[in-house]
Write a new protein. Structure first.
Length: 160
């Protein structure tokens, strides 16, 4: 899918949904197509609130998935807790997928993520570019991510 308009935090949801519907119209002819479709569907249905995110995430990540994000490698149940902590501190919006590449059992994505600290007047918006690698396997008859490696450019966020 090629992004044809400039993505902003404000139009991200509409662009994610548009890309999902465009991908849904494509024929699925391989397991790699199905993996990429799973990612576009995940992006199109992604929710900024924690409970909404859980519903989406639980359908994508295998229960024993290894997640290398937010401070290091952890299993999915611990990642859920890390995401709750992050959502308690910041509002989040995901930009549309800027690029996706599928190779064998892995889908690589590049996108922008927007984090806005909570509890302050006129908070800054931290825009960071994210690259992630999603390794897929069939788990209990369903194609799921069993390993996520996520890297960001930090978005100029202050480090503690």
């Amino acid at each position: 899918m090629r992004l044809t308009e400039t993505a902003t935090m404000e139009n991200s949801k509409a662009l994610r949904e548009k890309a999902m519907h465009e991908y849904d119209a494509k024929p699925i002819t391989s397991i790699q197509d199905e993996m990429e479709k799973r990612m576009y569907d995940w992006w199109g249905t992604w929710q900024p609130d924690y409970e909404g995110w859980l519903k989406c995430a639980d359908s994508l990540y295998a229960p024993n998935a290894i997640i290398n994000a937010i401070g290091g490698e952890q299993i999915y149940s611990d990642y859920r807790v890390s995401m709750k902590d992050q959502r308690d501190r910041c509002s989040m919006e995901m930009g549309p997928i800027l690029q996706s590449i599928v190779s064998e059992d892995t889908v690589a994505l590049i996108y922008d993520m927007y984090l806005i600290p909570k509890g302050m007047d006129n908070p800054p918006v931290f825009k960071m570019t994210v690259t992630e690698f999603n390794k897929f396997e069939t788990v209990d008859g369903k194609l799921m991510v069993t390993r996520l490696d996520l890297y960001t450019d930090g978005g100029n966020m202050p480090q503690h």
